[in-house]
Design a protein around this ligand. Structure first.
Ligand code: AMP
Ligand code: ZN
Ligand code: FE
Ligand code: FE
Length: 294
């Protein structure tokens, strides 16, 4: 069976393997008609993706994924139908990416201090766009310090390992408000991994208050039972159930591009909500000060 929709993917603009053009090519190959590109903290891949999508007759939904912190846990917030050209919005994304740069450099320093010699220049080169730990992992793999990306996280850069450096993150509510400040639609990503169902129940009222509009229900390897629970929660809070693969490239996440069935209703409901917002003056977003490095 061919799936037509994938609303969660990454390109080389963040930590995906394929460039936006290559990603759209793969999307065409597997028969997708609607694709959302949701790179971490950057919309840098969207223009190229939109061009490729036009020539392949695929509907591209401009998106983003923002990782946030809640008292020790994490919530990832997806944003759909962003008006990504808005300068105030881009200025905030730049702050988030700059924090990623400083943190990446610090990770490399820590590795170097422990006799592990990879260079920041090489990590930067591998990253191309928005830099993340997967790029450090790749540099470690390339230099022969580990045999796999997973091993790099387990040994060196995973949470609690010696070269782990926390990253500056927004609160989930602020990420919701940031997405809304570009007239985008905030959606909670992979809710069962992060933050987990119990945490999610605790956070949902506040997140909805802040303007959440969707809940990623048809995600990756979620079982029919997972899907049922999430769909019920989405209904309870009047959230749009969305979904996708979280494709980063072959072998990075278990679900291939287009590997998850997402009902067309998800796209229709997102489109309808986006149409209500388009062209309106969005609510302003102010970065919380002082910006903490955590
Ligand atoms: P960062 O945003 O720089 O903190 O990097 C987080 C990204 O690293 C996540 O989006 C995952 O794709 C990846 N990641 C986190 N933990 C692991 C792991 N144990 N193995 C492989 N990739 C991981
Ligand atoms: Zn990623
Ligand atoms: Fe995520
Ligand atoms: Fe993702």
């Amino acid at each position: 069976m061919t799936n037509y929709i994938d609303l969660h993917t990454h390109s080389t603009a963040s930590d995906g393997v394929y460039s936006p053009t290559e990603l759209l090519g793969k999307a065409k190959e597997v028969g997708l008609r609607v694709l959302a590109l949701t790179d971490h903290d950057t919309t840098g891949g969207l223009e190229e993706a939109a061009q490729a999508a036009r020539s392949l007759d695929i509907d591209l939904i401009p998106g983003i994924e923002i990782n946030t912190d809640v008292g020790g846990g994490e919530v990832h917030v997806l944003g759909y139908f962003l008006e990504s050209w808005r300068p105030e919005f881009q200025a905030v994304l730049k702050v988030l990416r700059d924090a990623r740069e400083r943190r990446g450099q610090r990770i490399v320093e820590l590795l170097n201090e422990h006799g592990i010699h990879i260079s920041w220049e090489r990590v930067r080169e591998i990253a191309q766009g928005s830099v993340g730990r997967p790029h450090v992992a790749e540099a470690l793999l390339e230099a022969g310090y580990v045999q796999s990306i997973g091993e790099a996280f387990d040994k060196y850069i995973g949470n609690g390992r010696f070269a782990y450096v926390p990253r500056y993150k927004l609160t989930p509510e602020d990420a919701v408000r940031l997405v809304a400040s570009a007239n985008g639609l905030p959606v909670i990503a992979h809710p069962l991994e992060l933050p987990g169902l119990d945490e999610l129940r605790k956070w949902l009222p506040g997140l909805c208050e802040a303007g959440m509009v969707g809940l990623e229900t048809y995600y990756g390897q979620y079982t029919p039972e997972n899907e049922r629970v999430l769909h019920a929660l989405a209904d309870e809070y009047n959230l749009i159930p969305t979904g996708g693969s979280d494709f980063h490239g072959p072998g990075i996440h278990p679900t291939p591009l287009g590997g998850r069935y997402v009902p067309y209703e998800a796209v229709e409901r997102l489109q309808a909500e986006a149409a209500r917002r388009r062209g309106k003056t969005p609510p302003p977003f102010k970065l919380p000060t002082p910006v903490q490095e955590k």
